[in-house]
Each structure stands twice: as C-alpha cells, then as structure tokens.
Design a protein around this ligand. Structure first.
Ligand code: SF4
Length: 130
C-alpha cells in the first residue's frame, strides 16, 4: 500500500461481490463484477425460486430453534393448549454399530377443532378422545 502511495498508483481492484459491497470505497470504486466471472442472468423462474429459498432459510433457522425449545418444554407432556392437543411417547432406538441404544420422547402436536377432531394436515379428521 505504501508503495502505491509513493508511486501515486492504485492497487488492482478486488472485484469480489463477497467483499466489495462492504467496502467503504465501493461508491467511488465502482467494482466490475463482470471481470470476476459473474454472469448477469435474467430468469424470472429461477429468481423466484432463489427468493423463496432465501425466505424459507430464515424460517428454517427459527423452526429449528423453536423445535429445540419445545423438545424440552413438551417432554413427557400430554395436554390440551389452545387449539392444540399435545401428546407423545417414548421411542427406543436400537443399538447400531456406531451408536448405543437410546430412547427419546417423540412429541406429537395436533391442531384440533371445537369437537376434538384433529385438523392438522395429514391427520385427516381423526377423532381425539379426552
Ligand atoms: S470496492 Fe473497490 S476498493 Fe473496495 S474492495 Fe472492491 S475493488 Fe477494492
């Protein structure tokens, strides 16, 4: 850098879309991503898929965090709360070559209507008895 200052020259541009958007000089440098091998694509279908993928990715992180929290809070619980029926059972996992036998609580969350019928997708209209 000192050499460039002494010679009054500029260093080569990085032109890295992973770096440049955070660079404080991006507004005067105007990096050329095209020379970094970036193609500019116009494909609405692909664009919508990428947008949806990014939206769901955020949901996935939230889902995983809530799943972890609820795993503890709903362990060994059999209850009705709001429009949900919470049940579960212990499941034993057999010993495998690289894994000892374990058991875990498999929670089941069903959305129910006022009559006690399960309305969760995939659960049909199974009647739940209390
Ligand atoms: S914006 Fe310009 S100065 Fe900043 S890192 Fe990219 S190429 Fe280098």
């Amino acid at each position: 850098m000192n050499q460039h200052v002494a010679n009054k020259t500029l260093p080569d541009k990085v032109n890295d879309p992973g770096i440049c958007p955070r660079c404080p000089f991006v507004h005067i440098c105007m990096p050329d991503y095209a020379t970094a091998g970036i193609e500019f694509i116009e494909d609405r279908v692909l664009l919508e898929k990428i947008r949806r993928y990014e939206e769901l990715k955020g949901s996935m992180f939230e889902y995983n965090a809530l799943d972890k929290m609820l795993k503890d809070q709903l362990k060994e619980k059999q209850m009705s709360i709001g429009e949900f029926l919470i049940t579960g059972k212990w499941v034993e996992r057999k010993e495998m070559p690289a894994q000892p036998a374990t058991k875990y609580w498999a929670k089941k969350i069903q959305r129910i209507d006022k009559t006690g019928a399960a309305v969760s997708p995939g659960d049909g209209t199974e009647k739940v008895s209390f």
